[in-house]
Design a protein around this ligand. Sequence first.
Ligand code: HEM
Ligand code: ISQ
Length: 154
Amino acid sequence: MGFTEQQERLVKESWEVMKLNISDLSLRFFTTILEIAPAAKGMFSFLKDSDEIPQNNPKLKAHAVKVFKMTCEAALQLYEKGKIVITDSTLKNLGSVHLKKGIIDPHFEIVKEALLRTVKHAIGEKWNEEMSIAWGVAYDELAAAIKAEMRAQE
Ligand code: HEM
Ligand code: ISQ
C-alpha cells in the first residue's frame, strides 16, 4: 500500500501537537507499554533498581522521543521515497540492542498499541481513525526494518 500525502500530513500535524507536551507523553508511552505487558519491566535498564517507573529519567524520555521521531521520519520517507531509509549504523545498532534485550515479534505489537494510544491521548478531540492508521503503517514499516536487521544479526 502506498503512503499518501494526506497520511504524511496527519502524522506531521499530530507530531507538532505532541511536541508541546513531549516530556509527559514520553513517560505515558513507556507507562502504557508496561500496562499492556508488565513482563516487559525486566527488559529496560531504566527500571533496574526500582519497581516504580522513574518520573524523570532522561534516558527513558530520550529513547521514547526517538521512537516517536523515527516513526515520523518513516512516514515522511514512505511518502517521498515509498520505502524506509535508515542510516546503516543506526539500523545496525537498533538491531543489536533489541536482539540483545531478547525482543521478539509480538513485542512490536505491544509497542505499536502503546504508541497509537499515546497519539490518541495527545490529540484529544482532533484525533481520528485515519491518523492512527497513518502512524500504524509508518510504525509497521519501521518495525519491519528493525526485525529484518535483528534476523540478519542472529
Ligand atoms: C532501546 C527504538 C521497538 C525495547 C531502544 C533505543 C531506541 C529504540 C532508539 C535506544 C537504543 C540505544 O540505546 O542505542 C525502537 C523503535 C522500535 C522499538 C524505533 C520499533 C519500531 C522495541 C520493542 C521493544 C523495545 C518492540 C520491546 C518491548 C527496548 C529496550 C531497549 C530499547 C528494552 C533498551 C533500553 C535500555 O534499557 O537502555 N529502542 N524500539 N523496543 N528498546 Fe526499542
Ligand atoms: C525503547 N524502545 C521502544 C519503545 C520505548 C519506549 C520508551 C522508552 C524506550 C523505548
